[in-house]
Design a binder for this molecule. Structure first.
Ligand SMILES: [Zn+2]
Length: 318
């Protein structure tokens, strides 16, 4: 088994809700001949079912089932083995992507999406749900060969799709996106309200990394495009998978060299610089709403703020 993620040093942003995990993806086992058939016949195997991105939840935990309790669907993916110390330690887990909710599976909290339940799940279940949602999303949109259009076959435990006509192999994709807390010399934070959001919603600037672009260049370009602000020395703070449908959010902070923020009207409705006291007051009285609890945006904002946004900023902070 490879080293479990939980023993790694935490990034400056700390433990992000969707970056938690307590299982070993066991990638070397994926190529084993007949792996999924054997796992489906093993009573110890736990099955995580997913229907259009929703999983069954009972008592703030994923409802994992025995293979005999689930009608095996067309798409099954090996997710790995649960780590020692976690519930069901050592058990292999497979994802079963069901076409619709099975009435025989009756979770007490219902079928819930990752964003609805992630904050209440433990590390084991958060990790399994994120992995399952991400790989299921990839399969849902990559059913055919991008070279010749032939429907592809699933292999390697569900982690590769292969074209039967030209034998090309296709691997799961992840879209890198940067997100950045921009801070000026007065230690104010830049937040923007996007055209696509409700008018009172504000968050840190973000955008996809373009082909052939470094992360640092993407941070500088996105901030420039969306706000006209020049920044220097983007500093990496941590990452979080965001499988809606396929992003990996890479969090940065950067110091603004200029402060005249001009919203790019196609994407940004308004841009504002906040002191901690202003942000606290406007969030408290409902003038603005900021990004939610499981987002990396929230973690970036609270790192600058120095604590939870629902608590007054400490005296030492402006
Ligand atoms: Zn092909």
């Amino acid at each position: 088994m490879t080293e479990p993620l939980r023993t790694l040093v935490l990034p400056p942003l700390g433990s992000l809700p969707l970056s938690r995990a307590d299982s070993d993806r066991d990638g070397v086992a994926r190529v084993t001949e007949g792996l999924l058939d054997r796992l489906w016949e093993t009573p110890e195997t736990r099955v995580l079912t997913l229907v259009r991105g929703k999983a069954p939840v009972t008592a703030d935990a994923l409802l994992l089932l025995a293979p005999s309790d689930v009608q095996r669907p067309e798409l099954v993916v090996y997710l790995g083995r649960i780590n020692e110390g976690a519930v069901d330690a050592g058990a292999p887990v497979v994802l079963a992507v069901l076409p619709e909710e099975d009435p025989a599976i009756a979770p007490t909290q219902g079928w819930l999406g990752l964003r609805e339940i992630a904050a209440s799940l433990d590390a084991r279940d958060a990790g399994l749900f994120v992995e399952a949602a991400a790989i299921a999303n990839w399969h849902a949109t990559h059913s055919h060969c991008p070279r010749c259009g032939t429907p592809t076959d699933v292999r390697d435990g569900g982690w590769v799709r292969q074209c039967p006509k030209d034998s090309s192999q296709h691997y799961p994709r992840t879209d890198a996106a940067i997100i950045v807390s921009v801070v000026d010399d007065d230690d104010r934070l830049l937040l923007g309200s996007a055209v696509a959001w409700p008018e009172d919603r504000y968050s840190t600037l973000a955008g996809f990394v373009e082909p052939g672009e470094s992360l640092e260049a993407a941070v500088i370009r996105e901030v420039g495009e969306e706000s006209g602000i020049e920044i220097q020395s983007p500093e990496y703070l941590g990452s979080q998978p965001w499988p809606f449908p396929a992003s990996l959010m890479l969090g940065f902070t950067a110091r603004a060299v200029t402060t005249d923020a001009v919203p790019d009207r196609d994407e940004m409705r308004s841009l504002r610089w906040f002191t901690r006291q202003q942000l606290f007051a406007e969030v408290r009285d409902g003038t603005i709403a900021v990004a939610g609890g499981v987002s990396i945006a929230r973690a970036l904002i609270e790192r600058w703020y120095g604590g939870p946004l629902d608590e007054e900023p400490s005296e030492a902070r402006p």
